[in-house]
Design a protein around this ligand. Structure first.
Ligand SMILES: Nc1ncnc2c1ncn2[C@@H]1O[C@H](COP(=O)(O)OP(=O)(O)OP(=O)(O)O)[C@@H](O)[C@H]1O
Ligand SMILES: [Mg+2]
Length: 429
């Protein structure tokens, strides 16, 4: 039985958000709607989710001792990580031991959070244990090992620090002459790497470059209702950051079935209740597993307009132990004597209200005085929305908001979202 208490009282159901960015902010809003007490953490003050939480703390979340102190003080029922860079071992220890006799759940599970914070953990689980199709890869610790890996994979190939996100430290290596520079970058920009004052060698993954037709995020929810999928989300990435996403991404039915199979297997192996963003590359009918976030995915912001229950609402409902009712979809058979006829695929899909798109509002500058205008014009068309994240500062390039639109088809929705994004003027003083 699920019971939700009253915030700021003895009965409160408490959630500790580790990470207070724009995705955490939407999670906090969904929790607030259900009367859950929200405590937000991040490394800087007034981060987006802190602005809608009951209270907040500023700390380095990679500092296990500091994190433990807050968790022991707050005694949350759930710990919800929003980013990878967290002392996940501390979370796992606390989940195991409980806090003063009270149990705490790491969402979706401590195992999922630990395995996905490191490319080696998730890649070995996916490719070596579950035998899912991935790009060919080698792990390397020295430039010579990278050279040997690149020789076997051929060019172009990719190098990524095993600990990094948003494309940091990542390069496409096009020829042998680029190996040294790419390796140096991976060492400098890895989480905990040379750029942070460390001289220790950071392990990297060297990967075959997949010339995919398109890439998708398959949002997959594990809940008391079982495993449920959202319609596939197509997206465009530039320098490791998503710029544009749309839903549904048109897919060959056989490829979609494969994608759902892969997503079902990897999320089951990670375990726990919540939403997962399963990243896949599709080439014809071949589907490659790339990586998975055990939490809402930035490309999934499109669900803020495309679904009755956004990825954030789904995450919250799932980890609180509430049901996710979904449709059992029928799809056309692609072969056999029933070819062309519709049959139940066996996969449950969250309802989408129409074709939709999102376009991230990225701007570059240096300022602590930011304002937004042009909004009347930006929002004049029907079925358009924006989210402004309320980030207190910009230094370099930063995602400050997102434009959302629905249309009669994906093409129209993308055009509308792009128009909204362009019309939002960001002013720095
Ligand atoms: N093996 C590959 N072949 C072709 N393209 C790739 C490959 N690996 C990654 N990419 C491209 O680079 C993008 C970022 O890679 P990946 O998701 O592995 O890194 P990341 O730093 O975790 O990114 P993010 O945190 O934004 O998800 C992918 O979405 C894809 O567009
Ligand atoms: Mg990724």
């Amino acid at each position: 039985m699920v019971t939700i208490g009253t915030p700021l009282s003895e009965t409160a159901t408490k959630v500790l958000l580790c990470g207070s960015g724009e995705l955490g902010k939407e999670v906090a809003i969904e929790l607030q709607r259900l009367g859950v007490e929200v405590i937000a953490l991040d490394r800087y003050e007034n981060a987006p989710a802190m602005q809608v939480a009951h209270r907040s703390y500023v700390l380095q979340m990679t500092d296990g001792a500091a994190l433990r102190e807050i968790i022991e003080k707050e005694q949350p029922d759930f710990i919800v990580p929003e980013i990878e860079a967290i002392a996940t071992d501390t979370l796992a220890e606390l989940e195991k031991s409980g806090i003063n006799g009270k149990s705490v759940t790491v969402v979706p599970s401590a195992r999922a959070v630990q395995l996905t914070m490191n490319r080696e953990g998730i890649r070995r689980l996916a490719a070596e244990e579950l035998k899912l199709k991935t790009s060919k890869y080698f792990f390397a610790e020295t430039e010579d090992e990278v050279r040997a890996a690149a020789e076997k994979l051929g060019f172009p190939c990719l190098i990524k620090p095993i600990m990094s996100s948003s494309g940091k430290g990542q390069s496409v290596i096009k020829s042998e002459g680029q190996i040294s520079e790419a390796f140096e970058k991976s060492q400098r920009d890895a989480r905990g790497g040379g750029g942070n004052g460390s001289s220790k060698s950071m392990k990297v993954i060297v990967e075959e470059f997949i010339k995919f037709d398109y890439e998708i995020t398959l949002l997959t929810v594990q809940s008391v209702s079982g495993t449920t999928f959202c319609n596939p989300i197509g997206h465009i990435q530039i320098n490791g950051d998503y710029r544009e996403s749309w839903q549904p991404q048109k897919m060959d039915p056989a490829a979609l079935k494969r994608a759902q199979n892969i997503a079902g297997k990897i999320t089951k192996a990670l375990g726990g209740y919540g939403i997962f963003g399963v990243e896949l590359f599709v080439k014809g009918k071949t589907v490659y597993f790339n990586e998975v976030s055990p939490r809402p995915h930035d490309t999934g912001m499109v669900t803020l307009i495309s679904q009755d229950l956004s990825e954030f609402a789904l995450h919250v409902r799932a980890f609180l132990g509430l049901p996710i009712p979904a449709e059992n979809v029928k799809e056309k058979e692609t072969k056999g004597k029933n070819k062309g006829k519709k049959a139940k695929s066996g996969f449950k899909v969250v309802k989408q209200t129409g074709p939709a798109a999102s376009k991230a509002i990225f701007r570059e500058g240096t300022s602590k005085k930011i304002s937004y205008s042009g909004l009347e014009k930006a929002l004049e068309e029907k079925d358009t929305q924006i989210r402004l994240f309320g980030k207190p500062e910009i230094k370099g390039e930063r995602r400050l908001g997102v434009a959302l639109a629905k249309g009669k088809n994906v093409k129209e929705a993308r055009k509308k979202a792009e128009k909204v994004e362009k019309r939002v003027a960001v002013n720095f003083y």
